[in-house]
Design a protein around this ligand. Sequence first.
Ligand code: HEM
Length: 330
Amino acid sequence: MKNVTSTIVMRVGFGKRYEDGHKRREILRLIDELQSMITNFFVEDLWPGLPFAGLIDKLTGKIDRLEKCFQDLDSFYQELIDERLNAQNAKSCKEDQDILDILIQLKKEQLLNSTEFTNNHIKAMLTDVLVAGTDASAATVVWAMTALIKNPKVMKKVQEEVRNVVGKKKCGINEDELPKLIYLKAIVKEIMRLYPPAPLLVPRVTKKDAILQGYKIKEKTLVYVNALAIGRDPESWENPEEFLPERFLGSDIDFRGNDFELIPFGAGRRICPGIPLGVVMVELLLANLVYLFDWELPVGMKKEDIDYEAKPGVTMHKKNELCLLAHVYS
Ligand code: HEM
């Protein structure tokens, strides 16, 4: 799934399409390696005052691994930036700008007057877009397919909706048809309620001392917001542990940061800036999967054999691969 989502993000963000399978695999490897480094255990992060903490990380090889990962990412981004600068010199037309064009323009014109905008800023932002855009959307589609194969009635209902709306002759679903897919949208919301791909959002730090429900919280305390627990809170949701997309039919609750009982994209100033793209990617991928194929479990497997276990990490991925048989729908 990450193959598809990274391809979409690369096209939208950097205008790139990697036909070369080797290059695409290398980029996916780099994304995985970066995520593994972000969640890795560094002695110096946990006990910064400990003598030789940095040395321990060096001796265990972690610092070298981290540096190698950043060097590889750096040269990949530098290549993208150089290519784009050459292409911009070659053609004067600047229509259809993508994210990379805009970042390069910010640097050229120094439009952010509070700080000097450098290539390093561009590279950091490209990393955000590549990692955040690829991973969360892929994880969501896999969770959705897991829930659908375990709930055949829901699968049947969504296939009927999609196939009725789109008709029989088309080879795939496009963005214009998404607004008509009301039940599919309810499924996506329900999946994000139960399996938010970033269950603890992005960590925050308190700016000043505060008191929350009688607890004193000091300035500069690291705070995690548990979006997964919020989505399953029995005070907000009836039968919170059940997968019931119907709960969203006729409901105004949305996941764009205004309804605090459902915050898979976060809320407030740090809210995910990629919501429009993320939602379209998930809906489009899921709609096409259920439209184009009928799905079956591999021989000898029952739906009870499929689990909802998650891997540890910033993004919540399914731990055991979801293997299904796809039959082309005709
Ligand atoms: C299903 C898809 C997605 C989900 C569920 C998701 C979820 C999130 C969440 C929970 C956060 C942290 C928000 C907070 O802590 O309040 C976040 C941050 C972010 N997301 Fe997404 N995201 C998705 C897709 C995307 C896409 C497609 C992009 C860009 C192409 C993107 C770019 C970002 C960036 C750059 C941040 C960091 C914002 C910051 O900290 O300032 N995301 N996302």
